[in-house]
Design a protein around this ligand. Structure first.
Ligand SMILES: Cc1ncc(COP(=O)(O)O)c(C=O)c1O
Length: 450
């Protein structure tokens, strides 16, 4: 791909002064600083490196940039907003675009998921949802419901709430005792029963019954909420078994437990619908979102609550604060402007429908890698794919890491890894030809790195 002059000059303008001071998140810092992977610019489906290479984005950044990168309408909206209103206090005051964006998100969400609380990231969205769930029971006089139920292999960000209900050992084991009163459902993945399934695997709905066991152990009257990712992304793309989420909903209903969907990855089109709740026809009580709400352009997260959940708080004297929670940057004007522009793009370019239409071709292209050396499983749903590789003896994660590095440096492709799983989730503007390019290059990298 040829760079325009503007893109090329942007791509050479940002050599860092030194690499020492910045402590990178979720990254092996020493290895990275020895051989950095630096990104200078982006446009649509591509990143641009400092040496001017165009790298095809197979990961929508970090599951964020669903409309593609540096889209003109989003950039223009952010610029306009910065000139008009840089910041407005988030407590006791508000600005019009916060209301506008909330109502647009509510209109996209199914059923009576109608009230939107804004924050700045997926982690904050999760902690906000957990706190709303606890407070909801409290304000209704059911304050003994304090337990939170997550799931093994779940990822809900890095706040103390999120890591407590999360189920990834390295995200938990260094950080003390976490929240008390948390229990976990079993993970939904079994290679033995599900390997090489396209979409939702047939096996595994019964795993939702783990919630009945937890209810039997603790008593329903102590449980506030269950939180799951409808499709577990960060742990390696685990689509829900057919019927699993419906069964979870039914058990929650039976016992008065709130159901929270963490849609930080699945929200805004990733699975071919505005929200996974719509794809699966399951109504959660609360939805956590972030990432693609602004197509990754400005940090933003939030929680969508069903109307009765919100209404439960709207009691007592009108001058009292109903929920003692919020962030200085809740509904930041730049994020709201970016969000409105992103939602316009999703609507005008029919990007959710596009993801749905591309899903079969995407799944076929991914599954064509079955049989390559060391490929243990491939999973797809919506425009996502997870490819499990056989780990090297004594060096877990090394093989996938080498593939990611090789793809970036030599094949001009960005892929994401978690352990020895490659994860893919391109912007929803990806073309059929680019889908072919992504999986061709991954196939070459898998063959090259043994
Ligand atoms: C399902 C889920 N929840 C929460 C988060 C945390 O989001 P953030 O990194 O914006 O805090 C992520 C991030 O990948 C996620 O995938």
């Amino acid at each position: 791909m040829n760079l325009t002059t503007k893109e090329a000059s942007a791509a050479t303008a940002h050599q860092p002064n030194d690499l020492a001071s910045f402590w990178l998140p979720f990254t092996p810092n020493r290895a990275f600083k020895r051989a950095p992977r630096l990104i200078a610019g982006a446009k649509d489906m591509h990143y641009f490196t400092l040496d001017g290479r165009a790298v095809l984005d197979g990961t929508a950044g970090l599951w964020c940039s669903n409309a593609g990168h540096n889209r003109d309408p989003i950039v223009a909206a952010i610029k306009r907003q910065a000139e008009e209103l840089d910041y407005a206090p988030a407590f006791q005051f508000a600005h019009p675009k916060a209301f506008e964006l909330a109502s647009r998100i509510a209109a996209l969400a199914p059923g009576d998921l109608d009230r939107v609380f804004f924050c700045n990231s997926g982690s904050e969205a999760v902690d906000t949802a957990l706190k709303i769930a606890l407070a909801y029971h409290n304000v209704r006089g059911d304050g003994a419901r304090t337990r939170l139920i997550g799931r093994e292999r779940g990822y809900h960000g890095v706040g103390f709430g999120g890591i407590s209900v999360g189920g990834i050992v390295n995200n938990r084991k260094f950080f003390g005792t976490l929240l008390s009163g948390v229990d976990h459902l079993p993970a939904t993945y079994s290679r033995e029963h599900q390997a090489f399934s396209k979409g939702e695997p047939q096996w595994g709905a019964h795993l939702a019954d783990g919630l009945e066991r937890i209810v039997a152990l603790h008593g329903a009257s102590t449980i506030a909420a269950v939180i799951v990712e409808p499709m577990a992304g960060s742990t390696g793309v685990l689509p829900p078994p057919q019927g699993y989420l419906q069964r979870l909903r039914a058990i929650c209903d039976r016992h008065g437990i709130l159901l929270i969907f963490d849609e930080v990855i699945t929200g805004f089109g990733r699975l071919g619908h505005a929200f996974a709740a719509e794809r699966y026809g399951v109504m959660p009580d609360l939805v956590a979102f972030a990432k693609a709400v602004t197509s990754g352009s400005v940090p933003m997260g939030g929680v969508i609550a069903r109307q009765p959940v919100y209404d439960a708080f709207m009691r007592g004297p009108e001058q009292t604060i109903e929920l003692f929670h919020g962030y200085t940057y809740s509904a930041h004007p730049l994020a709201c402007a970016a969000g409105l522009a992103a939602l316009d793009l999703y609507r005008d370019e029919k990007l959710f429908e596009r993801a749905r239409a591309l899903e079969p071709a995407w799944a076929d292209a991914a599954m064509a890698l079955q049989g390559l050396p060391g490929v243990l499983d491939i999973r797809t749903v919506g425009l996502t794919a997870g490819i499990d590789l056989n780990p090297r003896a004594g060096a877990p994660g090394a093989r996938a890491c080498e593939i990611m590095d090789r793809a970036f440096r030599e094949q001009n492709l960005m892929v994401r890894i978690t352990g020895d799983t490659l994860a893919l989730c391109p912007p929803l503007i990806v073309s059929a030809a680019q889908i072919g390019e992504i999986f061709d290059k991954i196939g070459q990298a898998i063959r090259a790195v043994t």
